[in-house]
Structure formats: structure tokens, C-alpha cells
Ligand binder design. Structure first.
Ligand SMILES: Cc1cc2nc3c(=O)[nH]c(=O)nc-3n(C[C@H](O)[C@H](O)[C@H](O)COP(=O)(O)O)c2cc1C
Length: 261
């Protein structure tokens, strides 16, 4: 409903938001069922009325996040792109998988390139960028103005720093095991502060697995975190896991993570 969206947009601005993004990319069933997320890509008229109403309601930059749409051709995305541009949307982020695809198959980057040819507003390319090289490949092959990184950032939050370093022709920073350990502990602490110990620790059952993917003994670690309930348990498991990782890389000689922190 365009009026409700406009009202919500005003609330977001009153809370100090710098930009407002309308999520038209979510393909989770419970979201689609309500007509939100990628379901909005089915109804061009409704999408247009929402863009117009929200645009009128706020002065901050307005962006949208879309998928390819409901079939692999990308035609839904191109039409939504045209409409968005004509309504004064400032930029479009596109994850070129269909709504039905979820995260299956590959993101079709040719759709990013075609959208870029159709609209004049900035296009943020998204989908399957899991390394610095891939970010550069996406920019080169699609001409997108920006790259958006999702899942890879949850495994490696330093990926942005590395991409920026390469863009600035600087040496990419090496991230030590200690830095990774400190960052993950900080993440655990902030999440507990934000959502409370029980909910946060349950979330960590999956999140910590993403962070540690690819490190030695990580499959055992993923097994161990399946029953996380408390902060103490979470930090203890992390400490002992990262001590072992540290040992693997330094032979225990230069251990930087103390078992007794
Ligand atoms: C845990 C998780 C939560 C996400 N939440 C949102 C969301 O709220 N809104 C959105 O537009 N996309 C969301 N996405 C999708 C990502 O923004 C992105 O489009 C998708 O992961 C593909 O990019 P990637 O290959 O870099 O991960 C989410 C993805 C993940 C893994």
C-alpha cells in the first residue's frame, strides 16, 4: 500500500536515516505471502505508486533492491528499473536471480549489464561476489557503478577493505588470526547487547559457522556450536577453536590468542 509505505518512509527519516531502500528482492515465502519483497516485482502499477508516494514523502536518497523478477529473462527487472527511474529513485541494486531461484544456481550478471544499459541512474551489481577478483570481474563485465557484497562479507568482513585497497592500487592488508578472533568476539558481544543472550547465541549457531568456514577443524567447530545457549559457552568455544587455528598456522610457537583470556 503506497500510503502506508509513504508514512513508514517519513518515520524512517524522522529517526535520522541517510538513505531509504525499498526491499523488492526478498524471496522468503513468509515475506512474499504478504505481497512484499520480490512479490512487488509482479505488480508494476503498485510498484510505481509506491515509488511516487515514497519519493514525494522524503528528501533523502531513495534506492530499491530488486531481483531478476519472476522469470530468467530479466524483463521484470528492466521494467521496474524504467519505472523507478521515471519516479525519481536514485539508484538500483540488483541481485540477478529470479524470485523462485532463492540462492540456487548462479547470479546472471548479463542482466546487470542490460539493466545498466537501460537506466541512467547508478546500478549496484550484486550476486556471487566472494572474492576481490570477482568484484573486479563484475565491474568489468557489467559496467555496474557499485558492487554489493552479501554472504562473502559474513565469512570475511575484510573483503570491502581489500577491494578498496585494490581500487586505490594499494597493497591488500593481511588479516591475522588474532584480528579475526577479536572481530568475531566483538560481533558476538554486540549481537548479545542488541538482541539479548539467548536469541543472540542461537543465531550464532549458524553465523559462527560462516565466519570460520575454510579454517582448519571448522567442521568440528560447526558441530560444537549447534547447542550454543550462553555467552560464556560461545566465547569459550571460539577461544579454543581459534587457539587451535593459531597453532596450525604458527606451530604453537607464536601463539597470539591466550587460552586463558
Ligand atoms: C542472512 C541474509 C540476509 C539477507 N537479508 C536481505 C534483506 O533484508 N534485504 C535484501 O534485499 N537482501 C537480503 N539478502 C540478500 C543479499 O542482499 C544479496 O542479495 C544476496 O545474498 C546475494 O548476494 P551475495 O551473493 O553477495 O550473497 C540477505 C542475504 C542473507 C544471506
Amino acid at each position: 500500500n503506497a500510503d502506508i509505505m509513504a508514512e513508514a518512509a517519513k518515520i524512517v527519516v524522522s529517526r535520522g536515516a541517510d538513505i531509504l531502500d525499498i526491499n523488492m528482492g526478498c524471496s522468503v515465502r513468509k515475506v512474499l505471502k504478504t505481497g512484499a519483497g520480490a512479490a512487488l516485482m509482479k505488480d508494476f502499477q503498485l510498484a510505481e505508486s509506491i515509488f511516487q508516494a515514497v519519493r514525494k514523502a522524503i528528501d533523502i536518497p531513495l534506492t530499491i533492491k530488486i531481483r531478476s523478477g519472476w522469470d530468467p529473462s530479466g524483463e521484470d527487472a528492466f521494467e521496474i528499473g524504467r519505472i523507478a527511474q521515471s519516479c525519481g529513485v536514485n539508484a538500483i541494486a540488483i541481485h540477478p536471480r529470479t524470485a523462485r531461484q532463492g540462492f540456487g544456481g548462479n547470479a546472471d550478471w548479463t542482466i546487470i549489464r542490460r539493466l545498466k544499459e537501460i537506466v541512467n541512474i547508478p546500478v549496484l551489481g550484486n550476486g556471487d561476489v566472494d572474492s576481490v577478483d570477482k568484484a573486479f570481474q563484475m565491474m568489468a563485465s557489467t559496467g555496474c557503478d557499485y558492487v554489493m557484497i552479501g554472504r562473502a562479507a559474513m565469512q570475511n568482513p575484510w573483503i570491502f577493505q581489500k577491494v578498496v585497497s585494490r581500487l586505490n592500487h594499494q597493497v591488500q592488508p593481511e588479516i591475522s588470526i588474532k584480528q579475526k578472533f577479536d572481530a568475531i568476539c566483538e560481533y558476538v558481544n554486540h549481537t548479545i547487547e542488541y538482541m539479548g543472550e539467548k536469541r543472540a547465541c542461537r543465531l550464532m549457531r549458524s553465523r559462527l559457522g560462516w565466519f570460520t568456514k575454510g579454517l582448519p577443524n571448522s567442521s568440528q567447530f560447526r558441530n560444537d556450536i549447534r547447542f550454543l545457549e550462553t555467552k560464556e559457552q560461545t566465547l569459550d568455544l571460539l577461544r579454543s577453536f581459534y587457539c587451535k587455528v593459531d597453532d596450525c598456522f604458527s606451530g604453537g610457537v607464536h601463539r597470539v590468542i591466550s587460552r586463558n583470556l
